[in-house]
Structure formats: C-alpha cells, structure tokens
Ligand binder design. Sequence first.
Ligand code: ADE
Length: 231
Amino acid sequence: MRIDILTILPRLLDGPFADSIMQRAQTKGICQIHVHNIRDFSVDKHKSVDDYQFGGGAGMVMMAQPIVDAIEHLSQSIQYDEIIYLTPDGVTLNQGFCNQFSLMGNLLLICGHYKGIDQRVRDRYITKEISIGDYVLSGGELAAAVLVDSVVRLIPGVMNDETSALTDSFQDQLLAPPVYTRPAEFNGMKVPDVLTSGNFKAIEEWRMQSALEKTKQRRPDLFDKYNNLAE
Ligand code: ADE
C-alpha cells in the first residue's frame, strides 16, 4: 500500500509513523508513507496557502490552487483508490472503514486547517470525507495519523501475531474484554480464576460475557447493533 499525505505542517507527521508497528510496516516494504508540503505547490511569491473567505466571517480558508496542483501532480503517476479529506464534518471513522481502506492500494489524505479547504476541491476531487470523532482538532494531521495507524496495522503481514487484530475492540462489533498478565495476584488483586483454569471453552465464554456486559454498559448503541446482527 502507498499512502500520500498533503499537509501544511509536515513536521507534525514526523513522529507517528517512525516507531513500532508503523515503522515495521514501512521497513518490511508493506506500506510506503509519503508526506508532502502543500506550500511547495503554492505559486505566489509569499507561498500562500490560505485566504479570506468569501462572504466574510472569521477564519481563513485553504486555497484550492496549491491543493489541486498537488493532487494533479501526484495523480500523474499514482491512481488513487480514495482521496480522503480529514474534517470534523466528515463521516465518523469506524473499524469497517479501516478494514475497507486496508485492502486498498493507494490512498491520498488531505489535512485541512483554519476553516477548512475551498469547497470546490471537495466537490471535484475528494472521494471520502472522514472525521475521527465529534470534537475539533486544530488541523487534520493528527486525524490523518489516527487513520493511517488504524488502517496500516490491519494490512496482512504488518502485525506479528496475525490473529490479534481480529480480537480488537469493534472487530466483532463489541468492546474488548479485560486482559491480565503475570503475576496472578498483584497488590492483593487476583486475576479471575477462569483465566488460570486452563479450560479454554470456559475462558472463551467468560471473554464473550465480559465483552457483552462492557458493551451494554458503555456503548448501548453498539450493543443494540450487535444484537440486531445476531438475530
Ligand atoms: N480536523 C479537525 N478536527 C477533525 C476531526 N475531528 N476529524 C478529522 N479531521 C479533523
């Protein structure tokens, strides 16, 4: 998979892909991540990337020209499966999207700032508008990092233990059950007996029950969806 990211703050993306699973995905050649500075595509002498919004109002808007030139430049050599704009007014990212994106070959992500990008770029070029949650970040970079991380870890060969992504929260519509490691007793708190029983059927049942209870309590919306699917 190849992921290109357009941003006016490329340094913000130096960290998130430089360690651990994201780093391994890249060194193994499973995923390439390329970060591009939108400012490099600005054509005026001040290297402008934003301007006042038509109709007045507070906040600048990211200009169409540098973004469109960047998209056109990259698209000359890369056929993108999706051109994704990270924005708080997008559709909320979920594990289903992550699974879908992880099967794709080339993704282009665009990070907004200020009031966002000129609507004409959205109308003409963007194929998906994604939000990572109902809160506003100061820019799309951290949202892009979240999306990339959640997608790349699902690509076959990226995780050491291939099965562990399958038991993540949300992978089967439920929140994940509690987990414990050694010692079996810590500061007077004991691990549930069933987990040290060696009875794998009982362990599976306990995990399922715990996941159901946690989901019902914390995310009744997911719990209902799960029950509807099971019917
Ligand atoms: N940019 C600013 N806030 C965002 C959010 N919640 N999701 C995606 N992009 C954003």
